[in-house]
Design a protein around this ligand. Structure first.
Ligand code: ADP
Length: 437
């Protein structure tokens, strides 16, 4: 308003006639949405109205205004522009001392006579201009709000980063412990969903890792045992042939046969390890071809003839039709052989192994059924794992490496076949595979 006042005063000083000045004030009044009053001091501090304009309209309350401003002039030094707020009416008023009228610069009064020797004042009244005061308050509020917002956001950021980073730091510490083979480390980081999922995944990995390490240790123990036993036998029997039985044909042949059997055992062990590592490293791609599965099963059972003739094992074959499939014959043969070898190893006193091959529900189903001890419920999942061996001691009719079922699993998985085992403790086990027609 001060600016506006200065502008109007300037125009007043520039105007040669009041007739030029009044329309200007009317215009400003309308433009700026303010009421403008121009008074002269008739003496005795009694203001007389020269002009008034309220938003360009006629003003009706001049008398009360006059009274208020007269009071004001009496009590204030009005040589300077001033602002006061009439709190009753909630208006903001601004008073400007405009000029001193003398003989050179006078106006014609209502009586028709020139008026001079008095002061001229202008009052600008605005109902909508408490802006500067409010702006100051607003500025202060904004500044306060800003500081508060910065403080709060720093606090929240710190809290959130702590919430995010703390569980991660904790998991890192636990992972470092795990890296030094401390498998008892449990990943626990209560935080948010993602970190909980990560902790779960790491816990799962920890268990798997512990099992794999354990199994690998077992493998080394198993393999070294499996290698050492035949090697010791081979050495002992070779020494016996050299030193004792070389001249006795019967004994010599017996000893040489043991050497040959043990060499076979070693060869098979090495073959199994090689086959598995090839399967798992995917070096050996599946080479599919059409072949007669019924024939293949019969031929593979035939490989156990020595056991049937020598040790009284009996295979009961339930194969009624020729069934043709498209698969990798070499790998399927290996899987069938491993399943048959296991059944022979683990079947019961009756030494019977049943082999079923049939079509059911549009699927070819191959089963190897034995009458052995069966497999403990808790071990069913584990037997397919590399190097897994049951805690139960068992007799061995043929050679086992602890890798047999892992090879079976790799072969069936690589062909996309469903497979599994049904087993009842004390009754026996049925290993099965289903091949889509
Ligand atoms: P291996 O027979 O040389 O120990 P496998 O991988 O063939 O190794 O078998 C893993 C384990 O699964 C065996 O040690 C045994 O405990 C169990 N298993 C396999 N076949 C049978 C079966 N027919 N009956 C009972 N247990 C079996």
């Amino acid at each position: 308003m001060e600016k506006l006042g200065t502008k109007i005063v300037h125009q007043y000083e520039q105007s040669s006639k009041l007739d030029d000045f009044y329309p200007y004030v009317s215009k400003i009044s309308a433009q700026e949405a303010v009421s403008i009053y121009v008074f002269y001091d008739s003496g005795n501090n009694n203001l007389v109205n020269m002009f008034s304009s309220s938003l360009g309209l006629e003003v009706t309350n001049i008398d009360s205004k006059k009274k208020i401003f007269t009071e004001y002039i009496k009590n204030s030094d009005i040589t300077k522009p001033d602002t006061f707020i009439d709190s009753n009416n909630n208006v903001n008023e601004f008073i400007v001392y405009m000029s001193f009228l003398d003989e050179r610069n006078f106006i014609i009064g209502e009586s028709g006579f020139p008026i001079y020797n008095c002061n001229v004042y202008m009052v600008i009244e605005s109902k909508i201009d408490p802006i500067s005061a409010e702006l100051t308050i607003l500025n202060q509020q904004i500044l306060f709000g800003l500081i508060l917002a910065i403080f709060l956001s720093t606090l929240i950021t710190y809290y959130i980063s702590l919430r995010i980073s703390y569980p991660i730091t904790k998991i890192c510490e636990q992972a470092t412990k795990l890296s030094s083979e401390n498998y008892d480390t449990v990943f626990f980081a209560q935080g948010y969903q993602e970190i909980d999922d990560l902790a779960d995944a790491l816990n799962h990995m920890r268990i798997e890792l512990a099992q794999t390490t354990e199994l690998q240790k077992k493998l080394i123990a198993n393999i070294s045992h499996d290698l050492r036993t035949p090697l010791t036998l081979i050495k002992s029997y070779a020494e016996m042939v050299r030193d004792l039985s070389f001249s006795n044909e019967e004994k010599r042949n017996k000893h040489l046969n043991v050497i040959i059997d043990e060499t076979d055992r070693l060869t098979l062990l090495v073959q199994d390890i090689l086959a598995l590592s090839k399967l798992q490293s995917k070096i050996d791609d599946i080479k599919k071809e059409e072949f007669n599965l019924s024939e293949l099963v019969k031929r593979t059972v035939g490989r156990f003839d020595i056991l049937t003739q020598r040790d009284g094992y009996q295979f009961i074959l339930n194969i009624k039709h020729d069934i043709i499939i498209n698969a990798d014959i070499r790998k399927i043969e290996q899987a069938i052989y491993n399943l048959l070898a296991n059944s022979v190893n683990y079947t019961g006193e009756d030494k019977i192994v049943i082999v079923n091959l049939f079509i059911k529900n549009s699927k070819i189903r191959f089963e190897v059924v034995d009458s052995g001890k069966g497999i403990d419920e808790s071990e069913i999942e584990d037997i397919w794992m590399r190097y897994y061996r049951s805690k139960d001691p068992h007799k061995r009719a043929s050679i086992g490496t602890g890798l047999g079922l892992t090879i079976v699993k790799e072969v069936f998985v690589s062909h996309g076949y469903n497979y599994g085992v049904l087993s009842t403790k004390g009754e026996g086990s049925t290993f099965w595979v289903e091949i889509p027609l």
